[in-house]
Write a protein that binds this ligand. Structure first.
Ligand SMILES: Nc1ncnc2c1ncn2[C@@H]1O[C@H](COP(=O)(O)OP(=O)(O)OP(=O)(O)O)[C@@H](O)[C@H]1O
Length: 234
């Protein structure tokens, strides 16, 4: 099983590493989003990125998750330098190895929860259609969403929608889940549930979770905290 493979990967290789990473937005007045970041995230780690508004948290997450490329420095995923790869190759890695959860769920409103979870599987084509459906139903079951499988996002609560988004992020059995303020639209109870799920993904399934959060109580639950101020880790 892929989940066992994640657990059996060598411990010594960080799942993610940044070496001297700086990202500058070019323009008449260049904007430095993050500067000289050196960071190793070990396998099966729950990491929280914290810091004041505008400090560069999302920029750092986008670099770690291959949504953006550094201006200088290097990003390594499981020991492999990935900055030089083509956009298509990077998109393939994102689809098959990484999962994403955002503050807004971004579920397709005209698709049921089940179909939303199956979308990344259909794109990746790693499974037969019947196996895709079985996996999607299993993920929804694990996230306590059995009764929501055939409902549209508009028929679900905010907490349920965000759990569907997490199920979708898990669709292709990713090694790392990235989350940008995943509890920002949730009440305290549902925010805790999201972090309970993240802890399980790390402790039981051996995945890594990297989340941006403003919530100090939730950040305190992560074993690794990356605090960023003015684009630098402090
Ligand atoms: N496309 C852009 N053009 C100009 N400035 C930008 C752009 N994207 C980000 N910035 C600036 O870069 C800095 C870092 O932004 P980033 O979104 O990474 O911060 P953040 O810590 O995630 O903020 P928040 O907590 O408010 O979401 C901010 O000052 C932001 O205004």
């Amino acid at each position: 099983m892929a989940e066992a493979a994640i657990r059996n990967a060598p411990d010594s290789v960080p799942v993610l590493e940044l070496r001297g990473v700086t990202r500058v937005l070019p323009g008449p007045v260049p904007v430095t989003l993050v500067r000289d970041i050196n960071l190793k995230i070990p396998r099966a780690t729950f990491a929280a990125i914290t810091g004041p508004s505008g400090s560069g948290k999302s920029s750092l997450l986008y670099l770690l998750s291959l949504l953006d490329r550094p201006t200088s420095g290097e990003v390594l995923l499981e020991g492999r330098a990935i900055d030089g790869l083509s956009d298509a190759a990077r998109a393939g890695i994102r689809l098959k190895k990484l999962g994403f959860v955002f503050q807004f769920h971004f579920l397709l409103p005209e698709f049921t929860a089940l179909d939303n979870v199956m979308l990344p599987m259909r794109k990746a084509r790693l499974l037969e259609p019947r196996a895709m459906r079985a996996r999607a139903l299993d993920l929804l079951h694990q996230l306590d969403l059995d009764d929501s499988a055939h409902k549209l996002p508009g028929q679900l609560s905010g907490g349920q929608r965000q759990r569907v988004a997490i199920a979708r992020a898990l669709a292709n059995d990713p090694h790392v889940i990235f989350a940008d303020e995943p509890t920002g639209n949730l009440d305290t109870k549902n925010g805790r549930i999201v972090f309970d799920i993240f802890e399980r993904l790390v402790d039981v399934e051996g995945r890594s979770v990297v989340t941006v959060t403003h919530d100090p109580d939730l950040a305190a639950r992560a074993e690794m905290r990356i605090h960023i101020v003015d684009g630098r880790i402090v």
